[in-house]
Design a protein around this ligand. Structure first.
Ligand SMILES: NC(=O)c1ccc[n+]([C@@H]2O[C@H](COP(=O)([O-])OP(=O)(O)OC[C@H]3O[C@@H](n4cnc5c(N)ncnc54)[C@H](O)[C@@H]3O)[C@@H](O)[C@H]2O)c1
Length: 234
């Protein structure tokens, strides 16, 4: 159990972030969830409405943790979204909004929380994507943001060590919306199924816990093996 330890999870009103927050709460963490959308968690957690791409909002969020919880042992930078549009139609504002939430927010959060994380000898986990390594058409801003996170991950691990460990999880296809999944959706994964938010939460739990104390600067892919599968056209 993680009694007394404090975790801040962004984008935790829904999906993967919600599962991470719920798992950490069940393990005894004091959990703070930040999201720009409203959240009503059915587990013990303090909810803060915040747009993590906004510098002032992040400053207020972290100073709230400093004042209310008094420490920060784990920061999970999970908030993210995708715009899928042909590049000729993608505005600069849209590009910047994706980079702002998916990449710049991690810079803002770690910068604001560095002293708390160092004092707690804490851990940071960022949620990237297998799309940092491979792409479908019309996903430039998302792929670039996730690729940037991989580089930021190792940069932070080097700058913040040995006080703070920094790791990155790259999920593959995780069903967060209760999609109507077809048998072939499951079958294309070597493990035989599409991913679930709990698959990511389990890995994050280990990365913020004591058993991963020799691990930093690393990327962990959880994708049911999909990106390891070689495909030839019929
Ligand atoms: N679901 C997948 O298949 C998948 C795969 C790879 C990576 N990811 C990544 O996992 C993370 C979570 O994705 P998800 O599928 O759970 O998405 P989701 O849409 O279910 O949840 C994302 C949450 O982030 C919040 N959010 C978005 N922008 C925000 C901002 N600027 N400030 C605060 N909150 C914000 C949303 O309100 C939402 O509650 C994202 O970074 C996403 O890129 C998801």
């Amino acid at each position: 159990m993680a009694a007394g330890r404090v975790a801040l999870v962004t984008g935790a009103a829904h999906g993967i972030g919600l599962a991470i927050a719920a798992r950490l709460a069940a393990e005894g963490w004091r959990v703070v969830i930040a999201d720009r959308a409203a959240a009503r968690p059915d587990f013990p957690a303090r909810y803060v409405q915040a747009d993590v791409s906004d510098e002032a909002a992040v400053a207020a969020l972290v100073s709230g943790v400093r004042d209310t919880e008094g420490r920060l042992d784990a920061l999970v930078c999970n908030a993210g979204f995708m715009i899928r549009k042909p590049i000729r139609e993608l505005s600069l504002a849209e590009w910047q909004s994706v980079l702002g939430t998916n990449l710049t927010s991690t810079f803002l959060l770690v910068r604001a929380a560095e002293d708390l994380l160092r004092a707690a000898r804490g851990a940071v986990v960022t949620i990237a994507s297998t799309r940092a390594h491979q792409s479908e058409p019309d996903t430039e801003s998302y792929s670039a943001s996730k690729g940037g996170l991989l580089a930021l991950n190792h940069a932070l691990a080097i700058s913040l060590g040995p006080d703070v460990r920094v790791n990155c999880v790259s999920p593959g296809w995780i069903d967060v919306a209760g999609e109507a999944l077809r048998p072939e959706d499951h079958a294309q994964h070597p493990v035989g199924r599409v991913g679930r938010p709990d698959d990511v939460a389990a890995l994050v739990s280990w990365l913020v816990g004591p058993e991963s104390s020799f691990v930093t600067g690393s990327e962990f892919v959880t994708d049911g093996g999909m990106t390891r599968k070689m495909i030839y056209a019929a």
